[in-house]
Design a protein around this ligand. Structure first.
Ligand SMILES: Nc1ncnc2c1ncn2[C@@H]1O[C@H](COP(=O)(O)OP(=O)(O)OP(=O)(O)O)[C@@H](O)[C@H]1O
Length: 325
């Protein structure tokens, strides 16, 4: 459905040193540097996938989304999405895609949300029956009924984001590009947005490309992760592969009836100890968890036990470290 082959994009950025003299000089001589935002990016995405596009700040995520949505023309490479080259056949192409930039609005600020929706209906030439049924579905699933008559500037961030997502889906696109859709949202709104993304993917078969810095978005949604750093694609795989590579450690917290002797468990290292609680680290590649637990229960009378895996954020940091980004 989506194929990028050797996409590169550079920006020419004006440079000026501080101070009045430099400001005067810049009036006559302009200095520039070239920022290579994307370098030889290639990947494919199949219909129905949810792909998390991650990377540190300035890595090139938004630039890729802009190329895929036809807003930016790359310097080199090809991009074919549903048979279209996004920047060449923009008018026909945009009826198949929805785009949400979490940091920017596509809604008109001073008018009620429903007026923006109707403008979008006219821009996209959405047939009235399709507009009505999509609007009803989106209003219901995103809880918009009390918001539609409110001017966008009076909405909270979470309310606006739900309206932005609805606006991007009114014309029934097959692909949705989401650039940080949960940025700044509270826990309840984040879960609502994630749930909705899952639903349209499952029920309507919408393919989703999602950029985010929130690794719980990735954990909740993405079947697959693409990681970019310094404009280069560095990883293409899924979360369980990543766990297999970096997530072999477990932390076990054990509560037990008072016991004067520190635990000694072969294959586990003791991170902290008190007469009633111990925290151990276990490398599951080297020792079986079942053996560790049975050795613990031989030594103490267990009251409670919690086993934690490495959080996804830490796995991603390991990946960034491995690639030095
Ligand atoms: N219009 C532009 N003009 C000049 N440089 C740009 C422009 N857009 C992006 N860049 C540069 O290209 C690089 C990639 O930027 P991009 O916005 O794609 O990163 P990102 O991965 O989305 O970052 P973030 O997570 O901070 O949003 C950065 O170095 C940025 O400064």
């Amino acid at each position: 459905m989506i194929t990028l082959q050797g996409i590169s994009k550079s920006f020419k950025v004006a440079r000026r040193s501080a101070g009045m003299r430099q400001a005067m000089k810049a009036l006559f001589v302009r200095e520039h540097t070239i920022v290579e935002a994307l370098h030889d990016i290639s990947f494919t995405v199949n219909e129905g996938e949810i792909v998390g596009y991650i990377g540190p700040n300035g890595a090139g995520k938004s630039t890729t989304i802009k190329v895929m949505s036809g807003i930016l023309v790359p310097d080199r490479g090809t991009c074919s999405i549903m048979g279209y080259t996004p920047w060449q056949e923009r008018k026909a192409y945009v009826s198949h895609i929805g785009v949400v930039f979490g940091q920017r609005s596509q809604l008109w600020w001073d008018v009620p949300v429903i007026d923006s929706f109707e403008l979008l209906r006219d821009i996209y030439k959405i047939p009235q029956s399709m507009y009505k049924s999509n609007l009803n579905l989106l209003t219901e699933t995103l809880g918009l009924s009390s918001l539609l008559q409110t001017p966008v500037r009076q909405l909270s961030l979470g309310q606006r984001m739900r309206c932005e997502i609805a606006a991007s889906l009114l014309h029934g696109p097959k692909i949705l590009f989401l650039d940080e859709p949960t940025i700044g949202l509270d826990a309840v709104s984040k879960i609502a947005v994630r749930q909705f993304i899952k639903t349209i993917n499952k029920e309507k078969g919408v393919t989703v490309i999602l950029t985010t810095h929130d690794m719980s978005d990735i954990e909740a949604l993405a079947d697959r992760i693409l990681m970019i750093g310094n404009g280069t694609l560095l990883y293409d795989g899924n979360l369980s592969e990543l766990r297999g590579r970096f997530g072999t450690h477990r932390t076990i917290t054990v509560d037990y009836r008072e016991n004067a002797k520190p635990l000694e468990v072969q294959g586990a290292s003791l991170l902290s100890w008190s007469p009633e609680r111990a925290v151990l680290s276990v490398n599951t590649e080297q020792v079986l968890m079942a053996n560790v637990i049975s050795r613990i229960s031989e030594q103490v009378e267990l009251v409670d036990m919690a086993i934690e895996t490495k959080p996804v954020d830490e796995l991603i940091v390991e990946l960034y470290k491995e690639h030095q980004v």
